[in-house]
Design a binder for this molecule. Structure first.
Ligand code: NAI
Ligand code: MG
Length: 347
């Protein structure tokens, strides 16, 4: 029996997490689910976006099924109390440093992609994003310049161990696929990126079977749209990976289609759609649950060692899409539950 911590969070988080849970429960996998509040919902209930009990449950669980956090009602709170601190806190406290974000086009979604169909069909890549460092966790401050102007600072920082461990995840991931790794940085301008490139080249000596290339992030953003088929695995830092994966999602049809895992070095993981709480459509039953459902599949494959169940879920999503099931973001009319039912029927 595996314990799954269900942290649904805010906005569409509960709607899509409920869908993923329905799919998992339909498979009779001997899973036990325990819920805890997180994000704005937890701030409302307990005065903190990541209460100690929620963190304890996440630490105790075999895997974490996460929805999304973020609530416009709390945008003016001081940073440490904002809902988004919950996901940053979980990643840091549980040392979930490796974020795997696969992007591929499900057959039939060519019309939803922002790209021309023949280009969109070629997208099949994984972004390996570092999650515990970079400007997200560097020293931050607000102050005033000598000229009396308001000033904000975020320190971009990596050390060689942080770069080496995510580089290894990148190479290992490439080995399970087409053995090509593209490291994305901004080494023409940034010291952190020059360190990044040096360390990636050093780690590459242990992976002579993987073809390594380097690309500046601005070029990578352009190449992702021009010809995403050129990429197999991309390894990059926290900020660049955040931006490039949202961009990759539109190449694959919708941000509502992209799952992710955040793993520690023992393979324990937090699984979540890459999207946020989508306040603009929350509570309306419009959210696409596929990213959350596909995140549950990743959980079965990477942490719970049930690859056959993961394959079944992914095949069911593909079959539902191929049969024409579409939420609004994909140009259709199905509700969140309607899309979930289509996946359940395909299972
Ligand atoms: P978002 O990803 O929530 O939404 C961006 C756009 O995509 C919106 O138009 C939304 O309606 C649409 N969208 C997102 N998921 C969808 C789905 N499953 N189905 C259909 N449409 C979908 O990003 P946004 O608007 O920048 O952020 C909203 C809140 O979420 C903010 O508070 C932000 O900080 C937070 N956030 C939280 C994340 C997390 O919990 N890991 C990740 C990203 C943002
Ligand atoms: Mg993002």
């Amino acid at each position: 029996m595996s314990l799954i911590a269900v942290l649904a969070g805010d906005g569409i988080g509960p709607e899509v997490t409920q869908a993923a849970r329905q799919v998992l429960e339909s498979l009779d996998l001997d899973l036990r689910f325990e819920e805890a509040p997180v994000g704005g919902a937890a701030y409302r209930a307990a005065g903190h976006p990541l209460p100690a009990e929620t963190l304890a449950l996440a630490a105790r669980a075999d895997a974490i099924l996460f929805g999304a956090v973020g609530d416009p009602a709390f945008d003016t709170l001081e940073r440490s109390l904002r809902p988004e601190q919950a996901i940053l806190g979980l990643r840091k406290e549980l040392a979930l440093f490796a974020n795997l974000r696969p992007a591929r086009l499900f057959a039939g979604l060519e019309d939803a992609s922002a790209l021309k169909p023949e280009i969109a069909r070629r997208i099949d890549l994984v972004i390996v994003r570092e999650l515990n460092g970079d400007v997200y966790f560097g020293e931050k401050s607000r102050g005033t310049t000598e000229a009396g102007l308001r000033e904000g600072r975020d320190l971009m920082r990596y050390d060689e161990a942080e770069v080496a461990r995510i580089a290894r995840v990148g190479f290992e991931t490439a080995r399970t696929r087409r053995s090509r790794l593209c490291s994305v940085d901004k080494a023409n301008v940034l010291e952190t990126s020059q360190l990044w490139r040096d360390v990636v080249v050093e780690v590459a000596r242990d992976y002579p079977d993987v073809a390594l290339s380097h690309m500046y992030v601005d070029n990578a953003a352009m190449q992702l749209v021009r010809d995403p088929g050129q990429f197999d695995v991309i390894v990059t830092g926290n900020l660049f990976g955040d931006i490039l994966s949202d961009q990759a999602s539109m190449c694959a049809g919708s941000i509502g289609m992209l799952p992710s895992s955040a793993l520690d070095d023992a393979g324990k993981g937090l699984y979540e759609p890459i999207h946020g709480s989508a306040p603009d459509i929350a509570g309306q039953g419009k959210a696409n649950p596929c990213a959350a459902i596909l995140s549950a599949a990743m959980m079965l494959r990477h942490t719970l060692d049930r690859p056959e169940a993961a394959d079944r879920i992914e095949a069911a999503v593909a079959a539902a899409i191929a049969a024409g099931a579409r939420t609004a973001d994909l140009g259709g009319t199905l509700s969140t539950q309607g899309m979930t039912d289509a996946v359940l029927a395909a299972l």
